[in-house]
Design a protein around this ligand. Structure first.
Ligand code: SAH
Length: 347
Protein backbone atom coordinates (compact mmCIF):
# COMPACT_ATOMS: atom_id res chain seq x y z
CA UNK A 1 0.00 0.00 0.00
CA UNK A 2 1.34 3.43 -0.92
CA UNK A 3 2.16 5.77 1.93
CA UNK A 4 -0.38 8.57 2.36
CA UNK A 5 1.29 11.99 2.67
CA UNK A 6 -1.89 13.99 3.22
CA UNK A 7 -2.31 15.01 6.83
CA UNK A 8 1.39 14.75 7.61
CA UNK A 9 2.93 17.65 9.49
CA UNK A 10 5.94 19.55 8.19
CA UNK A 11 8.20 17.56 10.55
CA UNK A 12 6.74 14.25 9.45
CA UNK A 13 7.29 15.12 5.79
CA UNK A 14 10.87 16.17 6.48
CA UNK A 15 11.45 12.81 8.17
CA UNK A 16 9.79 11.08 5.24
CA UNK A 17 12.11 12.90 2.81
CA UNK A 18 15.17 11.89 4.82
CA UNK A 19 14.05 8.26 4.91
CA UNK A 20 13.74 8.30 1.14
CA UNK A 21 17.32 9.58 0.84
CA UNK A 22 16.43 13.21 0.18
CA UNK A 23 17.29 16.40 2.03
CA UNK A 24 14.74 17.52 4.68
CA UNK A 25 13.84 20.65 2.68
CA UNK A 26 12.28 18.38 0.05
CA UNK A 27 9.76 17.51 2.75
CA UNK A 28 9.05 21.18 3.22
CA UNK A 29 8.45 21.58 -0.50
CA UNK A 30 6.05 18.64 -0.40
CA UNK A 31 4.21 20.17 2.54
CA UNK A 32 3.78 23.46 0.68
CA UNK A 33 2.43 21.79 -2.47
CA UNK A 34 0.08 19.46 -0.62
CA UNK A 35 -1.41 22.27 1.44
CA UNK A 36 -1.99 24.34 -1.67
CA UNK A 37 -4.26 21.54 -2.79
CA UNK A 38 -1.97 20.07 -5.44
CA UNK A 39 -2.89 16.41 -5.85
CA UNK A 40 -0.48 15.23 -8.49
CA UNK A 41 3.27 14.76 -7.88
CA UNK A 42 3.94 15.64 -11.51
CA UNK A 43 2.84 19.22 -10.84
CA UNK A 44 5.44 19.67 -8.09
CA UNK A 45 7.89 21.22 -10.47
CA UNK A 46 10.59 22.22 -8.00
CA UNK A 47 11.17 18.59 -6.99
CA UNK A 48 13.79 16.60 -8.93
CA UNK A 49 12.28 14.41 -11.61
CA UNK A 50 13.68 11.22 -10.10
CA UNK A 51 12.13 12.03 -6.72
CA UNK A 52 8.77 12.75 -8.33
CA UNK A 53 8.87 9.41 -10.11
CA UNK A 54 9.75 7.64 -6.88
CA UNK A 55 6.89 9.40 -5.13
CA UNK A 56 4.45 8.22 -7.75
CA UNK A 57 5.51 4.64 -7.15
CA UNK A 58 5.61 4.69 -3.36
CA UNK A 59 3.35 7.47 -2.09
CA UNK A 60 -0.02 9.04 -2.61
CA UNK A 61 -1.98 12.13 -1.55
CA UNK A 62 -5.07 10.41 -0.23
CA UNK A 63 -7.81 12.91 -0.86
CA UNK A 64 -11.46 12.26 -0.18
CA UNK A 65 -13.77 12.01 -3.13
CA UNK A 66 -16.71 14.34 -3.61
CA UNK A 67 -19.61 11.89 -3.94
CA UNK A 68 -22.25 14.57 -4.08
CA UNK A 69 -22.59 18.32 -3.88
CA UNK A 70 -25.70 20.41 -3.29
CA UNK A 71 -25.78 24.15 -3.74
CA UNK A 72 -28.28 26.51 -2.15
CA UNK A 73 -28.41 29.24 -4.79
CA UNK A 74 -30.10 31.71 -2.46
CA UNK A 75 -27.14 32.07 -0.10
CA UNK A 76 -24.25 30.25 -1.79
CA UNK A 77 -24.14 27.45 0.79
CA UNK A 78 -22.73 24.20 -0.52
CA UNK A 79 -23.09 20.85 1.12
CA UNK A 80 -20.53 18.22 0.19
CA UNK A 81 -20.83 14.50 0.69
CA UNK A 82 -17.29 13.18 0.94
CA UNK A 83 -16.30 9.57 0.42
CA UNK A 84 -13.33 8.27 2.38
CA UNK A 85 -11.57 5.04 1.52
CA UNK A 86 -12.94 2.25 3.70
CA UNK A 87 -10.73 1.19 6.60
CA UNK A 88 -9.97 -2.36 5.61
CA UNK A 89 -9.04 -1.21 2.12
CA UNK A 90 -12.31 -2.70 0.90
CA UNK A 91 -14.42 -1.02 -1.74
CA UNK A 92 -17.04 0.29 0.66
CA UNK A 93 -16.69 4.01 1.12
CA UNK A 94 -17.23 5.75 4.40
CA UNK A 95 -19.05 9.03 3.93
CA UNK A 96 -19.42 12.26 5.88
CA UNK A 97 -20.47 15.76 5.04
CA UNK A 98 -19.00 19.25 5.15
CA UNK A 99 -20.79 22.55 4.59
CA UNK A 100 -19.33 25.64 2.90
CA UNK A 101 -20.93 28.90 4.03
CA UNK A 102 -20.47 32.47 2.89
CA UNK A 103 -20.41 35.21 5.48
CA UNK A 104 -19.59 38.89 5.23
CA UNK A 105 -16.24 38.30 6.91
CA UNK A 106 -15.22 35.38 4.70
CA UNK A 107 -15.91 31.77 3.85
CA UNK A 108 -16.34 29.14 6.53
CA UNK A 109 -16.24 25.38 6.25
CA UNK A 110 -18.09 23.26 8.77
CA UNK A 111 -15.91 20.14 9.02
CA UNK A 112 -16.84 16.61 10.15
CA UNK A 113 -14.52 14.94 12.67
CA UNK A 114 -15.97 11.41 12.70
CA UNK A 115 -18.12 9.16 10.56
CA UNK A 116 -21.21 8.92 12.69
CA UNK A 117 -21.13 9.82 16.36
CA UNK A 118 -21.12 8.07 19.74
CA UNK A 119 -22.92 10.81 21.69
CA UNK A 120 -26.49 9.83 20.79
CA UNK A 121 -28.14 13.26 21.20
CA UNK A 122 -31.85 12.75 20.70
CA UNK A 123 -32.39 15.70 18.34
CA UNK A 124 -29.39 15.21 16.04
CA UNK A 125 -29.34 13.43 12.69
CA UNK A 126 -25.66 12.53 13.05
CA UNK A 127 -26.50 10.15 15.88
CA UNK A 128 -29.04 8.13 13.91
CA UNK A 129 -26.66 5.78 12.13
CA UNK A 130 -24.46 5.13 15.16
CA UNK A 131 -20.69 5.39 15.16
CA UNK A 132 -18.50 4.13 12.33
CA UNK A 133 -15.00 5.52 12.85
CA UNK A 134 -12.77 8.50 13.56
CA UNK A 135 -11.57 10.66 10.69
CA UNK A 136 -7.81 11.21 10.38
CA UNK A 137 -6.17 14.65 10.26
CA UNK A 138 -5.64 14.12 6.52
CA UNK A 139 -9.32 13.34 5.99
CA UNK A 140 -10.30 16.55 7.77
CA UNK A 141 -7.72 18.56 5.81
CA UNK A 142 -9.01 17.03 2.60
CA UNK A 143 -12.50 18.40 3.31
CA UNK A 144 -11.00 21.92 3.37
CA UNK A 145 -8.78 21.55 0.31
CA UNK A 146 -11.41 19.79 -1.81
CA UNK A 147 -14.16 22.25 -0.83
CA UNK A 148 -11.91 25.16 -1.73
CA UNK A 149 -11.17 23.68 -5.13
CA UNK A 150 -14.84 22.94 -5.80
CA UNK A 151 -16.09 26.35 -4.66
CA UNK A 152 -13.21 28.13 -6.39
CA UNK A 153 -12.83 30.36 -3.35
CA UNK A 154 -10.51 30.32 -0.34
CA UNK A 155 -11.73 29.14 3.05
CA UNK A 156 -10.69 31.51 5.85
CA UNK A 157 -12.49 29.98 8.80
CA UNK A 158 -13.28 26.49 9.93
CA UNK A 159 -15.71 25.25 12.54
CA UNK A 160 -15.49 21.65 13.69
CA UNK A 161 -19.26 21.32 13.98
CA UNK A 162 -20.08 18.73 11.37
CA UNK A 163 -20.70 15.08 12.03
CA UNK A 164 -19.00 13.68 15.12
CA UNK A 165 -17.75 14.74 18.53
CA UNK A 166 -14.32 16.39 18.08
CA UNK A 167 -13.11 15.70 21.63
CA UNK A 168 -13.90 12.01 21.16
CA UNK A 169 -11.18 12.18 18.44
CA UNK A 170 -8.89 14.71 20.10
CA UNK A 171 -5.48 13.74 18.67
CA UNK A 172 -6.58 13.81 15.05
CA UNK A 173 -8.49 17.07 15.44
CA UNK A 174 -5.50 18.70 17.16
CA UNK A 175 -3.16 17.60 14.39
CA UNK A 176 -5.57 18.94 11.77
CA UNK A 177 -5.69 22.37 13.45
CA UNK A 178 -1.88 22.50 13.71
CA UNK A 179 -1.47 21.71 10.02
CA UNK A 180 -3.98 24.43 9.07
CA UNK A 181 -2.08 26.85 11.27
CA UNK A 182 1.39 26.11 9.82
CA UNK A 183 2.77 29.26 8.13
CA UNK A 184 3.95 27.12 5.19
CA UNK A 185 0.51 25.56 4.89
CA UNK A 186 -2.75 27.45 4.96
CA UNK A 187 -1.38 29.77 7.64
CA UNK A 188 -4.84 29.99 9.21
CA UNK A 189 -5.00 31.87 12.47
CA UNK A 190 -6.22 29.85 15.46
CA UNK A 191 -8.66 32.70 16.01
CA UNK A 192 -10.40 31.60 12.82
CA UNK A 193 -10.95 28.07 14.10
CA UNK A 194 -13.74 26.97 16.43
CA UNK A 195 -14.37 23.55 17.90
CA UNK A 196 -17.77 22.59 19.27
CA UNK A 197 -18.24 19.92 21.93
CA UNK A 198 -21.23 18.24 23.48
CA UNK A 199 -19.41 18.61 26.79
CA UNK A 200 -16.48 16.20 27.21
CA UNK A 201 -14.78 17.91 30.15
CA UNK A 202 -11.28 16.38 29.79
CA UNK A 203 -11.26 17.58 26.17
CA UNK A 204 -12.24 21.10 27.21
CA UNK A 205 -9.36 21.23 29.71
CA UNK A 206 -6.87 19.93 27.21
CA UNK A 207 -8.06 22.28 24.49
CA UNK A 208 -7.68 25.33 26.76
CA UNK A 209 -4.02 24.43 27.27
CA UNK A 210 -3.22 23.34 23.71
CA UNK A 211 -5.16 25.97 21.75
CA UNK A 212 -5.74 29.02 23.95
CA UNK A 213 -6.31 31.20 20.88
CA UNK A 214 -8.89 29.03 19.17
CA UNK A 215 -12.63 29.33 19.73
CA UNK A 216 -14.60 26.89 21.83
CA UNK A 217 -18.33 26.24 21.73
CA UNK A 218 -20.26 24.02 24.12
CA UNK A 219 -23.66 22.57 23.29
CA UNK A 220 -25.87 23.10 26.33
CA UNK A 221 -29.51 22.80 25.26
CA UNK A 222 -30.94 22.23 28.75
CA UNK A 223 -30.07 23.72 32.14
CA UNK A 224 -31.12 20.96 34.53
CA UNK A 225 -29.31 17.64 34.79
CA UNK A 226 -32.48 15.59 34.46
CA UNK A 227 -33.58 17.53 31.39
CA UNK A 228 -30.18 17.60 29.75
CA UNK A 229 -29.54 13.90 30.37
CA UNK A 230 -32.87 13.08 28.74
CA UNK A 231 -31.78 14.62 25.42
CA UNK A 232 -27.98 14.34 25.72
CA UNK A 233 -26.75 11.08 27.28
CA UNK A 234 -23.26 12.58 27.65
CA UNK A 235 -24.67 14.64 30.53
CA UNK A 236 -24.80 11.53 32.72
CA UNK A 237 -21.04 11.24 32.54
CA UNK A 238 -20.35 14.98 32.69
CA UNK A 239 -23.18 16.77 34.51
CA UNK A 240 -23.84 20.49 34.34
CA UNK A 241 -22.05 21.75 37.46
CA UNK A 242 -18.73 20.31 36.34
CA UNK A 243 -19.31 21.37 32.76
CA UNK A 244 -20.05 25.00 33.63
CA UNK A 245 -17.08 25.01 35.99
CA UNK A 246 -14.81 23.76 33.17
CA UNK A 247 -16.28 26.44 30.89
CA UNK A 248 -15.53 29.11 33.47
CA UNK A 249 -11.96 27.89 33.89
CA UNK A 250 -11.57 27.95 30.12
CA UNK A 251 -12.48 31.64 30.00
CA UNK A 252 -10.16 32.42 32.90
CA UNK A 253 -7.21 30.55 31.43
CA UNK A 254 -7.57 31.81 27.87
CA UNK A 255 -9.19 35.20 28.40
CA UNK A 256 -11.55 34.20 25.62
CA UNK A 257 -15.29 34.36 25.59
CA UNK A 258 -16.92 30.96 25.31
CA UNK A 259 -19.90 30.23 23.07
CA UNK A 260 -22.85 28.24 24.35
CA UNK A 261 -25.09 26.68 21.74
CA UNK A 262 -28.71 26.28 22.66
CA UNK A 263 -30.99 24.54 20.17
CA UNK A 264 -34.53 25.66 20.87
CA UNK A 265 -36.99 22.78 20.99
CA UNK A 266 -40.63 23.79 21.16
CA UNK A 267 -42.12 23.35 24.66
CA UNK A 268 -39.13 21.27 25.70
CA UNK A 269 -36.49 23.89 26.53
CA UNK A 270 -37.92 27.25 25.46
CA UNK A 271 -40.33 28.05 28.33
CA UNK A 272 -40.04 30.96 30.75
CA UNK A 273 -38.69 28.56 33.33
CA UNK A 274 -35.91 27.48 30.96
CA UNK A 275 -34.99 31.06 30.22
CA UNK A 276 -34.88 31.87 33.94
CA UNK A 277 -32.48 28.97 34.49
CA UNK A 278 -30.27 30.11 31.62
CA UNK A 279 -30.08 33.56 33.13
CA UNK A 280 -29.31 32.20 36.57
CA UNK A 281 -26.61 29.76 35.53
CA UNK A 282 -24.81 31.90 32.94
CA UNK A 283 -24.78 35.17 34.82
CA UNK A 284 -21.33 36.73 35.12
CA UNK A 285 -19.76 34.27 32.71
CA UNK A 286 -17.63 35.52 29.84
CA UNK A 287 -19.90 33.97 27.24
CA UNK A 288 -22.09 34.34 24.22
CA UNK A 289 -25.28 32.35 23.71
CA UNK A 290 -26.07 31.15 20.22
CA UNK A 291 -29.75 30.33 19.95
CA UNK A 292 -30.66 27.93 17.15
CA UNK A 293 -34.31 27.08 16.52
CA UNK A 294 -34.12 23.29 16.18
CA UNK A 295 -33.91 22.11 12.60
CA UNK A 296 -36.30 19.38 11.78
CA UNK A 297 -34.96 15.85 11.61
CA UNK A 298 -37.96 13.65 10.68
CA UNK A 299 -37.04 10.67 12.84
CA UNK A 300 -36.83 12.60 16.11
CA UNK A 301 -40.39 13.92 16.19
CA UNK A 302 -39.14 17.16 17.76
CA UNK A 303 -40.18 20.62 16.61
CA UNK A 304 -38.15 23.80 16.66
CA UNK A 305 -39.30 26.97 18.40
CA UNK A 306 -40.51 29.79 16.19
CA UNK A 307 -38.09 32.47 15.05
CA UNK A 308 -40.19 34.92 17.01
CA UNK A 309 -39.80 32.97 20.25
CA UNK A 310 -36.06 32.69 19.65
CA UNK A 311 -35.76 36.47 19.14
CA UNK A 312 -37.73 37.09 22.33
CA UNK A 313 -35.42 34.83 24.33
CA UNK A 314 -32.37 36.62 22.90
CA UNK A 315 -33.80 39.96 24.02
CA UNK A 316 -34.52 38.62 27.48
CA UNK A 317 -30.98 37.28 27.88
CA UNK A 318 -29.49 40.55 26.64
CA UNK A 319 -31.54 42.43 29.19
CA UNK A 320 -30.03 40.22 31.88
CA UNK A 321 -26.56 41.16 30.64
CA UNK A 322 -25.93 37.92 28.75
CA UNK A 323 -24.83 38.38 25.15
CA UNK A 324 -27.10 36.36 22.85
CA UNK A 325 -28.02 36.08 19.18
CA UNK A 326 -30.23 33.88 17.06
CA UNK A 327 -28.09 32.06 14.56
CA UNK A 328 -28.64 33.03 10.98
CA UNK A 329 -29.62 29.79 9.33
CA UNK A 330 -27.74 28.87 6.19
CA UNK A 331 -28.22 25.76 4.14
CA UNK A 332 -31.70 24.91 5.41
CA UNK A 333 -32.87 24.27 1.86
CA UNK A 334 -30.32 21.53 1.37
CA UNK A 335 -30.49 19.79 4.75
CA UNK A 336 -27.09 21.28 5.50
CA UNK A 337 -28.15 23.08 8.65
CA UNK A 338 -27.06 22.09 12.17
CA UNK A 339 -27.95 18.58 13.13
CA UNK A 340 -29.03 17.61 9.67
CA UNK A 341 -25.79 16.08 8.56
CA UNK A 342 -26.60 12.45 8.47
CA UNK A 343 -24.79 9.31 7.70
CA UNK A 344 -25.06 8.60 4.01
CA UNK A 345 -23.46 5.69 2.31
CA UNK A 346 -23.24 5.29 -1.40
CA UNK A 347 -23.92 1.77 -2.44
N1 SAH B 1 -20.64 17.12 18.59
C1 SAH B 1 -20.40 18.51 18.67
C2 SAH B 1 -20.33 19.21 17.32
C3 SAH B 1 -21.38 18.90 16.25
S1 SAH B 1 -23.01 19.52 16.36
C4 SAH B 1 -21.42 19.18 19.56
O1 SAH B 1 -22.33 18.51 20.00
O2 SAH B 1 -21.27 20.35 19.87
C5 SAH B 1 -23.08 21.22 16.07
C6 SAH B 1 -24.26 21.86 16.80
O3 SAH B 1 -25.53 21.53 16.20
C7 SAH B 1 -24.36 21.38 18.24
O4 SAH B 1 -24.62 22.46 19.09
C8 SAH B 1 -25.57 20.46 18.18
O5 SAH B 1 -26.13 20.25 19.43
C9 SAH B 1 -26.46 21.21 17.23
N2 SAH B 1 -27.56 20.43 16.70
C10 SAH B 1 -27.69 19.09 16.59
N3 SAH B 1 -28.87 18.75 16.05
C11 SAH B 1 -29.53 19.90 15.81
C12 SAH B 1 -30.78 20.22 15.23
N4 SAH B 1 -31.61 19.26 14.79
N5 SAH B 1 -31.12 21.51 15.13
C13 SAH B 1 -30.28 22.50 15.53
N6 SAH B 1 -29.08 22.27 16.07
C14 SAH B 1 -28.70 20.99 16.21
Amino acid sequence: MKQDLLGMTMDELKAFATETGEKPFRGKQLFIWINRGVRDFREMTDLPLAFRQKLEETARIGHAEILDQQIDETDGTRKFLFGFAGEAGDDAMDAAEAVFMKYKYGNTLCVSSQIGCRMGCRFCASALGGFVRDLTAGEMLSQVLMAEAAAGEPINHIVVMGMGEPFDNYENVAKFLRILHDPDGKNMSYRNMTVSTSGLIPGIRRFAKDFPQAGLAISLHRMTDAGRSSIMPVNRRYPLDGLLQAAKEYTEETGRRITFEYALIRSENDTEEDVALLKKRLRRMLCHVNLIPLNKVEETGLEGSSRQRAEAIAVELEQAGISATVRRELGGNIDGACGQLRLQRKK
